[in-house]
Design a binder for this molecule. Structure first.
Ligand code: PGA
Length: 254
């Protein structure tokens, strides 16, 4: 059965001092909490440092991005092998901020998914619609298109041991989360979409919700049958709030 995953995406935030504080706080507050996986994705320059801080912890180390190449003349880019060497096991790709600010296409993101799978890293594939697309009733079509880019390149089996994060763009950083019912409907659509090709792959794929998840709304979201945890931005920068979200996931009965 799939295991819930709560992952903190620090985005472009933090420092060594903040990382030390946050990891210490989380380790204290989450000692003895089990029943869900927990990951944090700091900025890439802090991965090595955070990996050492996590030495005696069950918290998984994640990264926020990867390049499609393994080496060569690609100034500023970071490879899957480099991420692995510093202890990252999960890598966020296709975040809407990268799709928007770095013009990343579905095809390019699918190539990132491929390089992660080849290197035994777990892709956390972010998908989701804009507010205009939502209002136009295109949510399902947008999610299907973003998932199909990976299926077309790699086949549906690529979603074995992979994570999908459904993040409606209008909910990210706005304080306006999707309602549990809204999110559940899209998560069910995503799982059914994959099940049409392979029921077993669909059953095990972890589908996180992301977009203004906080310590107040987490429990109700996690109570939905197809919501397998969360990708958390703002609230992952505070130990108290993030630990409360993790505890809500650990208590959610599936
Ligand atoms: P938020 O960000 O929790 O701050 O809305 C979520 C995300 O972008 O992953």
């Amino acid at each position: 059965m799939r295991k819930t995953l709560v992952m903190g995406n620090w985005k472009l935030n933090g420092s060594k001092a903040m990382a030390l504080d946050l990891v210490t706080g989380l380790s204290n507050q989450l000692a003895g909490v089990s029943g869900c996986d927990v990951a944090i994705a700091p900025p890439v320059v802090y991965l090595d440092y955070v990996q050492k801080l996590l030495a005696n912890s069950n918290i998984i180390l994640g990264a926020q991005n990867v390049d499609t190449h393994l080496s060569g003349a690609y100034t500023g880019d970071i490879s899957a092998e480099m991420l692995k060497e510093v202890g990252a096991t999960h890598v966020i790709i296709g975040h809407s901020e990268r799709r928007t600010y770095h013009k990343e296409s579905d095809k390019f993101i699918a190539e990132k998914f491929a390089v992660l799978k080849e290197n035994n890293l777990v892709p956390v594939l972010c998908i989701g619609e804009t507010e205009a697309e939502n209002e136009a009733g295109q949510t399902e079509a947008v999610c299907a298109k973003q998932i199909n880019a990976v299926i077309d390149l790699l086949g549906v089996q690529a979603f074995n041991n992979a994570v999908i994060a459904y993040e409606p763009i209008w909910a990210i950083g706005t304080g306006k989360s999707a309602t549990p019912a809204q999110a559940q409907a899209v998560h069910k659509f995503i799982r059914d979409h994959i099940a049409k090709l392979d029921a077993n792959v669909a059953k095990q794929v972890v589908i996180q919700y992301g977009g203004s998840v906080n310590d107040k709304n987490a429990a109700e979201l996690f109570a939905q049958p197809d919501i397998d945890g969360a990708l958390v931005g703002g609230a992952s920068l505070k130990a108290d709030a993030f630990a409360a979200i993790v505890k809500a996931a650990a208590h959610a009965k599936k």
